[in-house]
Write a protein that binds this ligand. Sequence first.
Ligand SMILES: Nc1ncnc2c1ncn2[C@@H]1O[C@H](COP(=O)(O)OP(=O)(O)OP(=O)(O)O)[C@@H](O)[C@H]1O
Length: 352
Amino acid sequence: MALGMAAVAMAKPSSFSISADRSSSLDLSSDCATSNARSMRNLVFVVNPRGANGRTGKEWKKLLPYLTTRLGNHCNICESITSGPSHAEDLTREAIRDGADAVIAVGGDGTLHEVVNGFFSEGHPVELEHQSRHSTALGLIPLGTGSDFARTFGWKNDPYEAIERIARGFRSRIDVGVITGTNGNQHFFINVADIHLSAKAGYFASKYKRFGNLCYVIGALRAFIGHNNQDLKIKFNGGEWEVFQKITAICIGNAKFFGGGMKITPTADPSSGELEVVILQDFKWYDFVFKLHKLYRGSHLSEETVHSKSVKSIEVMEVTPTGVTYVQSDGEHFGFLAAKFSLLPAAIEFIS
Ligand SMILES: Nc1ncnc2c1ncn2[C@@H]1O[C@H](COP(=O)(O)OP(=O)(O)OP(=O)(O)O)[C@@H](O)[C@H]1O
């Protein structure tokens, strides 16, 4: 195992590992200073130093000594710093193949999203070679701008609380959402996928993260420029196509929150085996002004122009193809319609 973890570190110069138990036999053949004790849990922390406009990197530097003291006697702590977008996926795959007991995303929802995608390769779960029964858990230290997935569990951006959860090591299985685009490739999401106005707003919000949570307001204002509510065809659970008119946004929740605290899919539950779909129809700009408080509270489902439904799958396509209806997943730009959204029930063990 120690050799495996060393391989993670050697493959990426930005990775190294620390164990508080430095007196135990260390593998000094690499910069990944792991203990050989097999009883030690191997935890790989995938850290996005640019999360929350660089705050994640700064917080992590302060946190690491505490983490080492708190967990280092029982765990090998391996730090993997991302070097750019998508790197977290590769780091996660390598860690799982090398036998990590847990991969912990340190950052926001974007980092968590990439780590979740790293649990899969070409549509299949990544496994420790020749040991399909070994299970790597997913963990989270929420340190992002929105950190919306953590809100479903009532967690704050408090890294010390997160470390206590990791120390307890309680695991429960959660569902993972799957998006299949027009090219047939599968992409995974853990929080909320969404279509049209909100997805366009998210696309622009990502350009303004330097303004903190205000980026979501700026993104929404920018997205309204040139926006039209649009007729879309929807197929639920593999049934018949139905036309829904004047759609403003479709939100598909494995969990409840998006956009920096909006409780958009309020009955979604990542361990329910179903996705909650919320369809907003015929919203005008002033509806967002008057109904925004409802979206934040999750009380918008009672509105006449809001429909919700629990599903196993949903397919969406444009009635009149434009090719520019935005799709995003976990706040990350995915592409454009058409797309199918489905679920892998209980796909990942999550440290909760
Ligand atoms: N080293 C890096 N340099 C630049 N960008 C990176 C790096 N590592 C990851 N990223 C990108 O940073 C983006 C944002 O990361 P993250 O989600 O952690 O923070 P956030 O956007 O502030 O939080 P939230 O998504 O919760 O609002 C991700 O899309 C990811 O691809």
